[in-house]
Design a protein around this ligand. Structure first.
Ligand code: NAD
Length: 437
């Protein structure tokens, strides 16, 4: 079985490596020559627990290779996966031209039956469009080669990506011919062999919609719970206990209802924007999603606002430590992270900023040359007037409060993820703020 994965980013590299781990012959192709070079020399461009060892093993076993020649990705493959990032058009929505270009190349290159699989998140109807392009390209070549299109949206979460691939809750396949369905089931069947999870097979538009609906539902839960938490603060309720009371309801469940300083990443913000646009193009207004988006934009300012509430408007000259930069733990991805909003607000207010993140420091160094990149949480709080926790890395859970107290100029903690115990932190002499308590 030969698989090519076009786009060797988060989704592409994880999928490619996991397929190789299952015995498939995989070629990874990316137009970013530098990225391919790094991969050829064993350097993994993303931080994902367990991935590096798995890549090395499969490269050594010759089941996984990297190439920047797109043709190598199309010729002689049984499956060509499109795992490109979702580029934006001038309206800020996902641009489908790169997927269309790949579909055209697929039509130009294949010489026997193959499946073009769209793993990228793409607007509803993109698979149909790609099908038409491939059919037209083959007709222009004057060849009669059977092919299929499959929409196979990805649900991985960064930091947990290998497990998400190997033990998915479900696999969604939008594929509209019997041959295509059989081909895709053959590829994925083994993953579900020892679990009671299922492959949900449907048409391509429905598969594309499932992806947007799932992401939007999760983002909605987060924003809804953040609103509840903000109200809890005003009425004197404890948002953590409210969360527990709500999440133990089996109809609701415990995930994605933790109050905090807002969601980030590439996925939630972009998918929501896309779905609002798709609705608009179809004369429909996604009122709930517009609110989800604006609640999140507001929530990302909340740590700064709490700092202002403590010190007043004039923060010039205050030294502020920020713990955590990535949009969530176990990733170096800072896309749309609440840390960005926080750093920008602090910079605008004239604060001196000291940051620490276990893996995302390089991104921060590139973006903000004035902030001090500290070597540890302790180094970050030296002389600080407040510490703001943005990302709940596990290593931040049990800090040495006495040491921190001795290092800070003023002992103020603003906990953006509600990971600390108020009584414990206050008993160490800190002023403590969190979300919704
Ligand atoms: N990262 C996630 O957590 C996640 C989860 C689920 C779905 N998705 C979706 O999966 C898709 C891929 O996301 P990602 O996070 O892996 O993106 P990414 O930015 O990490 O990687 C995309 C890769 O595609 C390459 N690329 C772009 N255009 C190309 C072209 N024309 N030919 C060859 N290579 C090209 C880029 O160089 C890059 O290496 C997106 O649509 C995203 O919305 C992402």
């Amino acid at each position: 079985m030969k698989v090519a994965i076009i786009g060797t980013g988060y989704v592409g590299l994880v999928s490619a490596t996991c397929f190789a781990e299952l015995g498939v012959d995989v070629t990874c192709v990316d137009t970013d020559a530098q990225q391919i070079n790094r991969l050829v020399y064993g350097s993994i461009p993303i931080y994902e627990p367990g991935l590096e060892a798995m890549v090395t093993r499969n490269v050594n076993d010759k089941r996984l290779r990297f190439d920047n020649d797109l043709m190598a990705g199309f010729r002689g493959q049984d499956y060509v996966f499109c795992a490109l990032d979702s580029k934006l058009d001038s309206d800020g929505a996902t641009d489908i031209h790169p997927v269309e270009d790949l579909a055209r190349m697929f039509g130009e290159c294949i010489d026997s039956y193959a499946v073009f699989v769209i793993k990228s998140t793409v607007p509803v109807g993109t698979a149909h469009r790609a099908h038409d392009i491939i059919a037209a390209t083959l007709a222009a070549r004057g060849v009669d080669i059977d092919f299929d299109i499959a929409s196979n949206p990805d649900f991985l979460t960064e930091g947990n990506a290998i497990k998400d691939f190997m033990k998915p809750d479900r696999i969604v396949l939008g594929v509209e011919s019997k041959r295509g369905r059989e081909a895709m089931h053959k590829l994925y069947r083994t993953i579900l062999l020892h679990s009671n999870r299922q492959i949900i097979t449907t048409d391509t538009r429905t598969a594309e919609m499932i992806k947007y609906a799932a992401t939007s539902m999760l983002a909605t839960r987060v924003s809804f719970m953040n609103e509840i938490a903000n109200l809890c603060e005003r009425v004197g309720a404890d948002a953590n206990v409210v969360r527990h009371g709500v999440g133990t309801d089996s109809r609701i469940g415990p995930k994605y209802i933790f109050p905090g300083c807002g969601y980030g990443g590439t996925l939630f913000p972009q998918d929501i924007k896309d779905l609002i646009k798709i609705a608009g193009d179809n004369d429909f207004d996604m009122e709930v999603l517009r609110a989800v988006d604006s609640v999140n934009t507001r929530q990302k300012r909340i740590l700064f606002e709490k700092l202002v509430r403590h010190y007043g408007d004039d923060l010039k000259g205050k030294t502020v430590a920020v713990w955590g930069l990535s949009f969530k733990p176990e990733t170096d991805d800072m896309s749309a992270s609440p840390a960005i909003d926080t750093l920008e607000l602090l910079t605008g207010a004239g604060c001196d900023i000291r940051v620490y993140d276990p893996v995302a420091m390089n991104t921060a160094k590139r973006q903000w040359n004035k902030i001090v990149c500290a070597g540890s949480i302790y180094d970050a709080v030296e002389g600080a007037d407040a510490v703001l926790l943005v990302t709940e890395w596990r290593q931040f859970y049990l800090p040495d409060w006495k040491r921190i107290h001795s290092l800070m100029r003023t002992p103020v903690v603003i906990d953006g993820r509600n990971i600390y115990d108020r009584a414990e932190v206050e008993s160490e002499g800190f002023t403590y703020y969190c979300i919704g308590r």
